[in-house]
Design a protein around this ligand. Structure first.
Ligand SMILES: C[S@@+](CC[C@H](N)C(=O)[O-])C[C@H]1O[C@@H](n2cnc3c(N)ncnc32)[C@H](O)[C@@H]1O
Ligand code: SF4
Length: 407
């Protein structure tokens, strides 16, 4: 997902306090902060994200104190980085009160310098209740929302176990449009019984509502989800490989025709409107993860650390209260692991990877015979400057391409 310098808007107003003013962007190095809000109103049957349903009210004040503490501890490990993007993901961050979001953003701005053009994204579910909070989020410093629309068809939404209707989603998009200069929404395709014709029509409708960015995910049957059991029992039929490929081809064709080409395997944007935060992941740049089950990649003492926090919200809370952070995994990646990660993430991007960076990370060059073979098969191309990119034909086979190059 992404870096869109030219379309970035001035950052939050509320975080600019007399004692901690936003600093203008001076560095060119990206540094992202991911904040995970782990609660949802109900669990969607396809979802294996770290999201939890609680019937008792959530003590947001207590969570805020823990977020602030973990931000402080993390910033002490990687001080002085200039924050270029913040992503509040979930779960359902749009269940948070705007003042909770404001307090988290203020804590980030107190502990790190923040770029003037920082991108601050919040993931929101498109229900009418949540849309009423959008202006509060804007005032708190959010400048981009990513809405989980998933489908623009009521029967499909019901099948996905969503709590909103297509009309409600459209209304939420209209409210987002009025409150934010930048917004995106997610759709899930390759749903049961979905034909290329149906998907084309739905996508055209979506593009009419979208401004600059769309995330279009093929339905994945994740182990441990209710959909997995139904699928295994033959009660949920998803498109086979050929049908899924036809739906993928429709996605590429329709989006490109409307000026929203894929810049990543599942993400489409007008040039310059890519999600800057997600580009940090895919480009192998540095980011901090705070909140339950958040992952980070931190450069400390010349080594890249892969961090992960406790997933269960209540256990995370207790760990943070006891020791100032919820980190349960902190591994130094060796050169091979770093290089493989660069390949795995970077090849998802249309811009591809720089083989010189791969060689610098791993200590060995990519095998020219394998590159030539994949080029002959039409799965990758090599630019005159040497960058390796996966082609549109190669994207559906991405895992195999990565495995081949990394071998
Ligand atoms: C963390 S979730 C979304 C945020 C928000 N809670 C929502 O559901 O609207 C991020 C996105 O991942 C996608 N997603 C989640 N599970 C998926 C699955 N099994 N297959 C395809 N896409 C999935 C959905 O489009 C979802 O909006
Ligand atoms: S898809 Fe979104 S709303 Fe549904 S359970 Fe997952 S995180 Fe929660």
């Amino acid at each position: 997902m992404a870096a869109e310098g030219s379309h970035a808007r001035p950052g939050r107003d509320a975080a600019v306090t007399a004692s901690h003013p936003m600093r203008p962007s001076t560095a060119h190095t990206a540094f992202g902060v991911y904040v995970h809000w782990p609660f949802c109103l109900s669990k969607c049957p396809y979802c294996d994200f770290n999201s939890h349903v609680r019937h008792a009210p959530i003590d947001e004040e207590r969570y805020v104190r823990a977020f602030v503490r973990e931000i402080e501890t993390t910033a002490a490990r990687v001080p002085g980085r200039e924050v270029t993007s913040i992503f509040l993901g979930g779960g359902t961050p749009s269940l948070m009160a705007p003042r909770t979001v404001g307090a988290i953003l203020d804590a980030i701005a107190r502990h790190w310098p923040v770029a003037r053009d920082v991108e601050v994204t919040l993931e929101a579910n498109p229900t009418s209740v949540e849309a009423t909070r959008f202006r509060g989020y804007r005032a708190a410093g959010v400048n981009r929302v990513s809405l989980g629309v998933q489908a623009l068809d009521d029967a499909a939404l019901k099948g996905l176990g969503r709590l909103h209707t297509a009309q409600e989603a459209r209304d939420a998009v209209a409210i987002a449009r009025a409150a934010f200069e930048r917004y995106s929404f997610d759709l899930i395709y390759a749903r049961p019984d979905q034909t290329p014709r149906m998907w084309r029509d739905e996508l055209e409708l979506a593009i009419a509502e979208a401004a600059e960015h769309l995330s279009l995910y093929q339905l994945t049957i994740e182990p441990g989800t209710p959909f997995f059991g139904l699928h295994a029992a033959g009660k949920l039929k998803t498109p086979d490989e050929a049908a899924a490929r036809a739906l993928y081809d429709v996605t590429q064709e329709v989006c490109a025709a409307h000026g929203l080409p894929a810049y990543e395997i599942s993400n489409h944007a007008r040039p310059g409107a890519e999600c800057r935060h997600n580009l940090v992941y895919w480009r192998g740049q540095e980011y901090a993860g705070v909140g339950p089950g958040a992952h980070g990649r931190l450069d400390i003492g010349g080594a890249r650390h892969a961090t992960a926090t406790e997933k269960r919200p209540e256990s995370w809370l207790m760990r943070v209260e006891a020791q100032g952070h919820g980190v349960v995994t902190d591994e130094r990646l060796n050169s091979e692991e770093r290089a493989d990660e660069y390949l795995l993430m970077g090849l998802r991007l249309a811009e591809g990877i720089d083989p010189r960076r791969y060689a610098a990370l791993s200590g060995r060059a990519l095998d020219p015979r394998r590159i030539a073979m994949l080029c002959d098969e039409g799965a990758i191309t090599v630019d005159p400057d040497g960058r390796v990119r996966v082609t549109m034909a190669g994207f559906p086979l991405l895992d195999a391409v990565v495995a081949d190059l990394a071998a």
